[in-house]
Design a binder for this molecule. Sequence first.
Ligand code: MLT
Length: 254
Amino acid sequence: AYDEAGSGLPLLLVHGWPYDRTMWAGQLSGLATYARVLAPDLRGVGGSTVRGPYTMDQYADDLAAFLDSLGIARAVVCGLSMGGYISFAMLRRHRDRIRGLILADTRATADTDELRANRARLIALIEQEGMTALAARQLEPSVARSTLERQAPLADTVRRMMASVPAEGAIGALRAMAERPDSTPLLGTIDVPTLFVGGAEDGITPPDVLRTMAAAVPHSRVEILEHGGHLSPLERPAAFNHVVTEFLGALLYD
Ligand code: MLT
């Protein structure tokens, strides 16, 4: 399943975990004048099939097949968090399909043992108590404190989106993230213009993580959005769209 808006340069939006394509609503409406915006649901989520295997490589192959199905040779790939991990898998497996990269609220490093142990706890929570409990647990780290305080309806939308993800898809993604390789060695090989963007209040992938990655990527820049959390495109859509629009504009003259 996917949403589409606008025409011109294809912009492929890859959602994170445990979210779905609706997290990009503000980009579909706000960027359609500048690009052909495409927001698919990854396998296991929303309107897409809930069938494994779940690996970063499989998600990347799914996206390449999605572009094939639309007759698109190359797209600007914009991945948020797990969507960024998948963008790295696309760089490994489908580099020729990437016209430019936007890496939002993400990291290149693999999971530490501590992160893997936390994923095992989250899997147990989903198995025992379901996605509503998972959503209650994940809301606070997913959005900025200012979003919780000042945009209560938006926080509620995020909670409902997380609760609606099928348990099988959410667990598959957790296992896939735990097994993903370290993408740090890829950074120096990225040969397309790259934008790193993230929320100033992102506690999962803080601004310094983005700055460290950007220092290793030749044609890159970093934009940090005030009052944004881990879901910066959803929490700060106008600011996010502004930096993306500038990036896309520069890309056309690249
Ligand atoms: C995401 O937003 O996709 C997740 O926070 C990524 C992760 O758990 O590593």
